[in-house]
Design a protein around this ligand. Structure first.
Ligand code: PBG
Length: 332
């Protein structure tokens, strides 16, 4: 559609910007708490929280506190919470067996949330990095992060999460063929209604730095993730990855990181017309917090503007550490 734009003075766009009422009448996109998925970090223990220094305002929480967070999120109108376990070196092994332990931190938290706040959707992370001795998302043999053996382990991890009651599985590992393998296994094991939100266009990004501190991976990680995550220079590669994951049975797809990749968000939405989410990652969050703490930007306005821009770029929702703060502002 080609817009008809008459010449000045018939066209004075400022007429529609003159008052708050007029501006709100012609606003094209809006933000609500229903747009958010809140990522949270779980730690072992009881009734405790530990601040994450590189993510001011974010804490790791014990399972009982995660349940309180889930209640808070539900009361704020946030539809989903996404769980990431903090693990120390003592939880990490070469075989990553803790990843599919029915009693690992994630699976404990899923059960506890589903028990206390069954209405909220619980999303999980599927990747071996919290339990891997070398911090990688897949098994390492020599210098190689091996694909097919990793996918078999991811399937076990996913089934344990589905068994615990997860609503949304989030494979963030970027191994090839994992979506198809997960979908087949879920169907075979009676979990046909568990949804997959694939980290389909996940780029090898330096913006994940603070997250790796939050989950205890920074010290563990040997090398980088460039042999499995997508090169930030590559747009067509990302589109092919999204196409493949939809073809293998992903219900929803994600672009990650968020703000530097809004072009990919828009293109994914326009090309595939499937529910599309963006992950405003830890480094993006940290930059806003740091600038706001210095008084260099207005915290609330920058937070809300950054979130609204995901909607303008075509996203159905945003994974964001700002979820509760932004929801509180929206709810007045
Ligand atoms: C690991 C995983 C990462 C994030 C989510 N899942 C980090 C990585 O790929 O190294 C990053 C999230 C963030 O930075 O907020 N599977």
């Amino acid at each position: 559609m080609t817009p008809i734009v008459p010449p000045f003075p018939a066209n004075r766009p400022r007429r529609l910007r003159r008052t708050q009422a007029l501006r709100s009448m012609v606003r094209e996109n809006t933000l609500t708490p229903e747009d958010f998925i809140w990522p949270v970090f779980i730690q072992a223990g009881k009734d405790a929280e530990t601040p994450v220094p590189s993510m001011p305002g974010v804490t790791r929480k014990t399972v009982d506190r995660i349940v309180l967070a889930a209640k808070e999120a539900h009361n704020l109108g946030i539809p989903a919470i996404c769980l990431f376990p903090y693990t120390g070196m003592e939880d990490r092994t070469e075989d990553c067996a803790m990843a599919w332990d029915p009693n690992n931190l994630t699976n404990q938290a899923i059960r506890a949330i589903k028990d206390a706040v069954p209405e909220i959707a619980v999303m999980t992370d599927i990747a071996l990095d919290p339990y891997n001795i070398n911090g990688h998302d897949g098994f390492v043999e020599g210098d190689t992060i091996v694909n097919d053996r990793t996918v078999e382990a991811l399937v076990k991890m996913a089934l344990a999460q589905a068994e615990a009651g997860a609503d949304i599985l989030g494979p963030s590992d970027m191994m090839d063929g994992r979506i198809g393998a997960l979908r087949t296994a879920l169907e075979a094991e009676g979990h046909q209604d568990v949804t997959i939100l694939s980290y389909a266009a996940k780029f090898a990004s330096a913006f994940y730095g603070p997250f790796r501190d939050a989950v205890g991976a920074s010290g563990a990680l040997k090398g980088d993730k460039n042999t499995y995550q997508i090169d930030p220079a590559n747009r067509e590669t990302a589109l092919r990855a999204v196409a493949r994951d939809i073809g293998e049975g992903a219900d929803m797809v994600m672009v990650k990181p968020g703000l530097p990749y809004l072009d990919i968000c828009r293109e994914v939405r326009d090309t595939f017309a499937v529910p599309t989410f963006a992950y405003q990652v830890s480094g993006e969050y940290a930059m806003v917090q740091a600038a706001a703490q210095n008084g260099w930007v207005d915290h609330d306005r920058v937070m809300m503007e950054s979130l609204l821009c995901f909607k303008r770029a075509g996203c159905d929702g945003i994974l964001t550490y700002f979820a509760p703060a932004a929801a509180r502002l929206l709810n007045g």
